[in-house]
Design a protein. Structure first.
Length: 306
């Protein structure tokens, strides 16, 4: 949980307070009619307190488990992940394994190059990692037949993870294709008009956080919510920049907890962490971050963040 908490808290908080993310921030600003990357100064200031809260939460849990391993939320749960050989020793880092590591690093470099220069995404990346698996299998001396057999075993172990990702995506897909998301957003957002600007801003944060359950995709949520939240913010005295900030917080922070997020469920499945155990770890962090986000929203309204 400490390792996955470091990963998930990092990307969740990073998305929530991003000041130059083209896939969420810039897209939402475009939909809201704002200049790209505008308001980056205030968002940059938010980085420090939010990261400190995330650091403290993960580090406190790690210290507790270091002191008493039984305090771990997954104590006694077999994750079926090991880096040791059958005799309990770690494998030697010999020349062959060094070459395998080198090829892996080169592949990751090719991945970054392909994404940045040619816009590679899931199809290209899947092909890249499939090729890497075949090359590493042959480099390991397995031969074609054993490589194929080991690949099949590995794929079988990921069946549960693949199903989790499929179920998570299906919920969002039903809501989107059923054409009910705009109705839900409109019904949730309309009552904000009776509140003052500060309370309306916090209400936007709550709505965006809840909406993330149905639309875990940041870009999808921007296209669905911002055309409605922006004008509603205009009516209640909340600038569109503050509306975008509410979207950011709701999208980024809640991605660490919603079971409809296929990335989160895939990570938990790979790590062997039951979702109920993950909730015990992540819920306190989410509550602290949402409280901090609410304070940030009120401050943004009061200083006229636009």
């Amino acid at each position: 949980i400490t390792a996955i908490g470091t990963l998930v808290a990092g990307y969740g908080i990073g998305y929530g307070i991003a000041f130059m993310n083209p896939f969420t921030l810039v897209l939402a600003q475009n939909v809201a009619g704002l200049p790209p990357l505008s308001g980056w100064e205030f968002r940059l200031i938010l980085v420090i307190p939010f990261l400190l809260v995330g650091f403290h939460h993960v580090w406190s849990y790690a210290k507790k488990v270091l002191k008493d391993p039984k305090a771990s939320y997954v104590y006694g749960i077999d994750s079926s992940i090991t880096t040791q050989t059958s005799d309990g020793e770690y494998p030697e880092l010999n020349a062959r394994r060094k070459w395998i590591l080198s090829v892996t690093v080169l592949t990751l470099g090719l991945l970054v190059f392909g994404i940045s220069q040619y816009g590679w995404y899931l199809v290209e990346l899947s092909a890249l990692f499939l090729a890497l698996a075949i090359v590493i299998g042959l480099m390991s001396g397995f031969g074609v037949n054993i490589t194929a057999s080991e690949f099949t075993k590995g794929a079988a172990e990921l069946t549960g993870t693949a199903l989790l990702i499929g179920f998570a995506r299906s919920i969002a897909l039903l809501m989107e294709d059923g054409q009910v998301l705009h109705t839900v957003v409109q019904a949730l957002a309309s009552p904000l008009a009776i509140f003052g600007a500060e309370l309306a801003a916090v209400g936007m944060l709550i709505i965006q956080s809840g909406l993330n359950f149905f639309i875990p995709s940041g870009s999808g949520q921007a296209f669905v919510s911002m055309p409605l939240m922006g004008p509603i913010g205009d009516l209640v005295g909340v600038s569109r920049q503050v509306s975008v900030l509410a979207f950011q917080f709701g999208d980024g922070l809640m991605n660490m907890i919603v079971p409809t997020n296929p990335v989160l469920m895939g990570i938990l499945g790979l790590a062997g962490i039951p979702y109920a155990k993950w909730l015990k770890f992540i819920v306190p962090l989410i509550l602290k971050l949402l409280a901090l986000a609410a304070v940030a929203m009120v401050i943004a309204v009061q200083i006229g963040f636009s």
